[in-house]
Design a protein around this ligand. Structure first.
Ligand code: ADP
Ligand code: MG
Length: 140
C-alpha cells in the first residue's frame, strides 16, 4: 500500500521571490494537509547531508550552495498516495519540461533553482521528514 506522507521543501529561490504563500495555497487546494512546517536557513553542511545521494553528480556543489543560499520552508504533507501525487503536482525537475499548471512550471527558474523538493519514495519521505522535524514539531 502506498504511504500517506511526503516531505517537501519550498526552496530558497521561491522563498526569496515571495512565492511561499501561493505555493502553500496550491498544495492545500490539491488536498494535502500540513503536518509539520518551519522557516529555516540550511548550512552548507546540512544541505550537503540532505542531498548526499547526489554526491557524485556534477551539479552537487552547485545544489548545496543554492540550498544553503537563503531561507527555505520544509513541510511534511499528508494525503493518500502522497509521494506520487505530490510529484505530479510539482511537475518535472526541469521546469521547461514540467506540465502546465504544476508548481515548477509556475514558479521555477531552471533545472537547479526549481522552487520545490518532493520525496521520491515512501522510505525517503520518512528519512527526510525526520531530517527536518522531531516528534514535538509534527502534528497527528
Ligand atoms: P527532483 O528534485 O525532481 O527529485 P533530482 O532528485 O534528480 O530531481 O535532483 C535533485 C535536485 O538537484 C533538483 O531538484 C535540482 O534542484 C537539482 N538538479 C537536478 N538536476 C540538475 C542539473 N542538471 N543541473 C543543476 N541542478 C540540478
Ligand atoms: Mg529527487
Amino acid at each position: 500500500m502506498a504511504g500517506n506522507r511526503t516531505l517537501t521543501i519550498i526552496k530558497p529561490d521561491a522563498v526569496s521571490k515571495g512565492f511561499t504563500g501561493k505555493i502553500i495555497a496550491q498544495i492545500m487546494e490539491a488536498g494535502f494537509a500540513v503536518k509539520a512546517m518551519k522557516l529555516m536557513h540550511l548550512t552548507e553542511k546540512e544541505a550537503g547531508i540532505f542531498y548526499e545521494v547526489h554526491k557524485e553528480r556534477p551539479f552537487y556543489g552547485e545544489l548545496v550552495e543554492f540550498m544553503s543560499s537563503g531561507p527555505c520552508v520544509p513541510m511534511i504533507l499528508e494525503k493518500d498516495n502522497a509521494v506520487a501525487d505530490f510529484r505530479k503536482l510539482i511537475g518535472a525537475t526541469n521546469p521547461a519540461e514540467a506540465e502546465e499548471g504544476t508548481i515548477r512550471a509556475l514558479y521555477a527558474e531552471n533545472v537547479g533553482k526549481n522552487a520545490v523538493h518532493g520525496s521520491d519514495s515512501d522510505e525517503n519521505a520518512h528519512i527526510e521528514g525526520n531530517f527536518f522535524f522531531n516528534i514535538t514539531e509534527m502534528v497527528g
